[in-house]
Design a protein around this ligand. Structure first.
Ligand code: S3P
Length: 168
């Protein structure tokens, strides 16, 4: 039986990785990033997996990495990639693994944040157009969370505090 994890879901740029690390240190547990786990397991960067093997290979690797991470016996704060919730099998895995927190933010804030870190294969080209399109496609994708926090105008430590309060 695996532990009850805290799983962060949400669109790219909502702050999952940053919040995840800080939340883990606040709670005194370890944090894991599913994207980083994919890179480690595949021995290849995310952008390169997309470019060389396509999105479906990336999604398959994502499900495997998610399964591996969530089966940990140690309680973890887990930051997932923005598309990790799209496959029903992943949603099941996430929901069964513990407390699910969705982070969201206004589109313009997301665009601002992802533009600073351009290493996102699905947001290449016209970032604004791609972001609005994906946001529309995924508008209900994160609705299954137990808690949703809008990070648009919150500092990271405020987001962390809200999550910590909710799980006490
Ligand atoms: C993706 C988001 C990325 C990464 C991959 C696909 C998506 O993670 O998993 O590029 O489908 O939204 P972040 O949400 O950490 O950027």
């Amino acid at each position: 039986m695996s532990s009850q994890h805290i799983v962060l879901i949400g669109f790219a740029g909502t702050g999952k990785s940053t919040v995840g690390k800080q939340l883990a240190s606040r709670l005194g547990c370890a944090s894991t990033d599913v994207d980083a786990e994919i890179v480690k397991r595949e021995g290849e960067e995310i952008a390169s997996i997309f470019a060389n093997r396509g999105e479906s290979a990336f999604r398959a690797a994502e499900t495997e990495a998610l399964e591996a991470v969530l089966s940990s016996r140690e309680t973890l704060v887990v930051a997932t990639g923005g598309g990790a919730v799209l496959a029903p099998v992943n949603r099941e895995l996430i929901l069964r693994s513990g407390f699910v927190v969705a982070l969201k933010a206004d589109p313009e804030r997301l665009i601002e944040r992802v533009s600073q870190d351009p290493d996102r294969p699905l947001l290449q080209g016209n970032v604004r157009e791609r972001t609005y399109k994906l946001l529309e496609e995924r508008k209900h994708a994160y609705d299954f969370a137990h808690l949703t926090i809008d990070t648009t105008s919150l500092a990271v430590d405020e987001v962390v505090e809200r999550i910590a309060q909710a799980i006490q």
